[in-house]
Design a protein around this ligand. Structure first.
Ligand code: KG4
Ligand code: ZN
Length: 339
């Protein structure tokens, strides 16, 4: 089975050809254009600009994905595109081109939930068995989930305000260090020490819910009270921010694992972290140590599969494909599609 995946839900224009053979998943191509240059002057994603860039690029990206995979349209068994959640304009581009292509080759069009793509993304690299605990940390979502099987996800908790990636982006904007915020904070933190005490909202709430807006506000308060914002001070702030995030994640993960263990006393404690924030080296390294100490298996996808990509979209389609798949020609984008 060979599927073309299309991802246009935010500011990445992406296409990927993925093959499933004898139950093994192989990425034949994974092409992506990240629009950060187009959005950086605004300190965030501008929906209209993202929409125009997708229009400009999507056909070229799809062709490149096919050429790189050495496949033709007629070799595809299905076409999948992100149907939501995300920005309506981008979703419209991806699903419209996906539906049209699928009609032209008379193969099914499969709309995919973007969050499900992130949740299943570790399956591409790892021989990971269900059920597993998932921490999903992206620019728009932060959730603790038990993945029971393909299509069955139990939400244990989520953010009550900002998503974790959003907190990285907002704090980077406050510090005026560039966009997207995550990689900039990570870079600057390398030169700093965690010397600044920051708020840890909901850390003792004894559930798997998160809150990051209070953390961002505590950064803002300190910045407001500081006249000279030297490079050193900014590095220390980035380092302190990352350490604060780490302690929140550790605490919530402990709780998540406890719930998981109670539900599945005889299963291996498999824990995965997915989404753009999971590409952060500081978090990856420290959570690996945390996993070793606490005796659970941690799976974090390679970085190119943490941030938005189309391979994870094709993967979900491969997992959900069945002979009865319809064309879904009337599918409309779902900007708030829940899992
Ligand atoms: O999963 P993703 O690519 O897109 C969404 O589905 O939202 O996540 C994007 C988020 C952004 O907020 C970005 O700042 C964050 O992931 N991010 C990072 C890093 N790279 C990307 N956060 C922390 N450290 C990073 N290295
Ligand atoms: Zn994403």
């Amino acid at each position: 089975m060979i599927v073309l995946g299309i991802e246009t839900s935010c500011d990445e224009t992406a296409a990927s050809v993925v093959q499933s053979k004898n139950n093994k998943i192989k990425i034949l191509s994974n092409i992506l254009y990240s629009q950060f240059k187009e959005h950086k002057d605004y300190g965030g994603v501008v929906p209209e600009i993202a929409f125009r860039e997708h229009v400009k690029l999507i056909d070229k990206i799809i062709l490149k994905a096919l050429v790189r995979a050495k496949k033709k349209f007629k070799d595809l068994d299905a076409i999948a595109a992100t149907g939501g959640p995300g920005l309506h304009g981008g979703l419209l581009i991806g699903t419209t081109i996906g539906k049209s292509l699928s009609l032209s080759i008379n193969k099914p069009f499969i709309p995919i939930n973007h969050l499900e793509g992130h949740i299943l993304s570790p399956i591409i690299e790892y021989d990971l068995k269900f059920p597993y605990l998932t921490l999903l940390v992206t620019g728009g979502h932060t959730m603790m989930i038990i993945a029971h099987k393909v299509g069955k996800y139990e939400i244990l908790g989520m953010t009550l305000d900002d998503a974790l990636g959003e907190a990285f982006d907002k704090v980077a904007k406050l510090l005026n260090i560039g966009f997207p915020g995550g990689p900039q904070i990570e870079k600057l933190a390398l030169k700093g020490t965690p010397s600044i005490e920051l708020a840890k909202p909901l850390i003792n709430s004894n559930d798997c819910n998160f809150s990051f807006s209070g953390l961002k506000t505590s950064v803002l308060r300190i910045l407001d009270s500081k006249k000279n914002k030297s490079k050193k001070f900014k590095s220390n702030m980035c380092s302190s921010f990352q350490h604060t995030i780490l302690s929140i994640i550790k605490k919530k993960s402990e709780l998540g694992l406890k719930i998981f263990k109670k539900k599945f006393p005889n299963k291996k404690k498999n824990f995965v972290i997915v989404g753009g924030v999971a590409s952060n080296n500081f978090l990856r390294k420290n959570l690996e140590e945390f996993a070793n100490i606490n005796n659970f298996d941690l799976f974090v996808p390679m970085k190119s599969l943490c941030t938005d990509n189309a391979a994870m979209i094709a993967l979900v389609a491969l997992k959900k494909f069945n002979k009865k798949n319809k064309n879904n020609f009337t599918f409309q984008p779902l900007p708030n599609w829940h899992i």
